[in-house]
Design a protein around this ligand. Sequence first.
Ligand code: G1P
Length: 295
Amino acid sequence: MSEQARVRKAVLPVAGLGTRFLPASKAVAKELLPVLDRPVLQWVVEEALQAGIEEFVFVTSRGKEAIADHFDAHPLLEKTLERKGKQALLQAVRAATIEAGRAIFVRQDAPRGLGHAVLCARAAVGDEPFALLLPDMLMRGQPNCLAGMMQAYAAVGGNIIAVEEVPREEVNKYGVVALEDADAETPRITAMVEKPAVADAPSNLIISGRYILQPRIFTLLERTMPGAGGEIQLTDAMLAALDEGAPFHAYRFGGETFDCGSKLGFLQANVAFGLDDADVGTALATFIRQRLPQR
Ligand code: G1P
């Protein structure tokens, strides 16, 4: 194992307007919509904490103030739950709190793309490697996705990108990678392209929303011109880093991924998490079984 600079910080881009979830997301940040009993974003923050992340940089925007409230301590609520002896709820509320001073909120002024959102985190991250977690992508498995990537990073260093296979006809919705030695444990990435046409995609391996990146990416993002969809694309800056010779390795996550940025993925996540829940799982399974013959 080689010595790598430790990954202490995570960037979470949460500035998006959530247009795919309107009208639900008109007044409530889409990242705060619940999967089972907590916001999607909290599941992702818990993944990062379990992976050893110590500081969070949320790239936010107007109207998303409730995100800061959600991760703040709530003394009045906690006192009330304590007085009523509601220990389990008290624990659940405390688990949603990020320690004082460990969450930084920076604003993105306009929706100019994921690359621009990441660039907004530059001053808060500084000159060290960082994790980037896209909160639309909810991931479940042991070790969790970022924890597995941290292990891969400890072994090979550089930049690590989580990838997964999707049906070929869906690649145009994602960033797509090509690999040098697909059978290796953490294969080298040789090419990346953002939202290619299905016919032009180098593979059906998509960038699935978890990254470990070196701070050089910020300088490259500054130079990145708008790309796919007229937005400043992180994938284009990563490609520029690759062209400079920076190593990029792929990490294949063994668990499940739910794209909660789409209605279907969000509902699937709720069903999957609900079925596995000790309180509601059995009743939910019965309900679904009763409904299915009507389909
Ligand atoms: C972003 C990235 C893309 C990645 C995707 C995963 O796209 O640019 O490379 O595959 O997230 O969800 P977006 O979903 O912001 O269009």
